[in-house]
Design a protein around this ligand. Structure first.
Ligand code: MYA
Length: 226
């Protein structure tokens, strides 16, 4: 079995060429991401009283201040990232520094991207199950990862999602993504969501079309490059 990981974002290993300072900063970002994820999930499930909730809100505004004193603009990439090395600390699906990300942990196994995650109550759509848009987000990512790992990166131009059964929250999930067809500039990929306990029962599946970005489009969208 060949295994290749494209997500060395654990804040400790990272890019071999990274300095100690960057590694230390990535570890700190990961620590903050973990705290934020816990906070988001607890905030969506707490039954604490109004006074405690207001106290927490005030405390959070206070701790946000020092972080807000030095922020990047939309035009700047995070200094802790290594785009070409595949390190994106704040990716909303896999970024270990993102409070939004479950995060999905994924790797390529025999040409298929296989990911795992557990969705907390903050991702609730229908009671006790995941919001359908969250499933689409996870699958877009899995398909994008598969196209990139296959050597045919591109942007999603179409994503068709089929919801066969609701995705349970607080349950370990297994995600897949694989490239099914490579055309000239277009790549087609397919992905699934199932529970880890019953990986053969597909709950959600998606097929996506990805298009390679022409150099002039790269310049138009990002200037010299993303
Ligand atoms: C190593 C590190 C790994 C890290 C892992 C990373 C994982 C990250 C995963 C992240 C994953 C997240 C990923 C994301 O979230 S990507 C974010 C969501 N996607 C977008 O924002 C894309 C928006 N679209 C565009 O900007 C343009 O369409 C682009 C730039 C893509 C192409 O504009 P361009 O002007 O250059 O191209 P074209 O118009 O000549 O068209 C080209 C071809 O495409 C065909 N076409 C166009 N539209 C559609 C359509 N709707 N259905 C079917 N086909 C369509 C079209 O017919 C033509 O085909 P053909 O006629 O030649 O056959």
């Amino acid at each position: 079995m060949t295994k290749r990981s494209y997500h060395p974002t654990d804040g400790r290993t990272g890019n071999g060429a990274a300095s100690d300072a960057i590694r230390e900063r990535r570890a700190a970002i990961e620590d903050l991401g973990a705290a934020l994820r816990t906070l988001l999930q607890v905030s969506a499930s707490t039954e604490a009283g109004a006074d405690e909730i207001r106290l927490a809100a005030a405390e959070l505004r206070r701790v946000t201040g020092p972080l807000a004193a030095s922020v990047r603009t939309r035009a700047q990439q995070p200094s802790a990232d290594d785009l070409l090395g595949g390190i994106r600390m704040y990716n909303p699906v896999s970024g270990t520094g993102s409070g939004l990300a479950p995060p999905v942990d994924a790797e390529v196994v025999d040409g298929v991207v296989v990911g795992t995650c557990t969705l907390g109550l903050a991702y609730e759509g229908p009671p006790t199950y995941a919001h359908g848009g969250v499933s689409a987000l996870l699958l877009d990512h899995m398909l994008g990862y598969a196209t990139t790992a296959s050597g045919h990166p591109g942007m999603t131009v179409e994503l068709t999602t089929r919801y066969r059964a609701p995705v349970p929250l607080q349950t370990p999930l297994r995600l897949t993504g694989r490239v099914t067809e490579v055309l000239t500039r277009k790549v087609i990929a397919h992905g699934t969501i199932a529970t880890a306990a019953d990986p053969d029962t597909v709950l959600v599946e998606a097929t996506g079309t990805f298009v390679a970005i022409r150099p002039e489009k790269v310049r138009a969208l990002w200037g010299s490059g993303p």
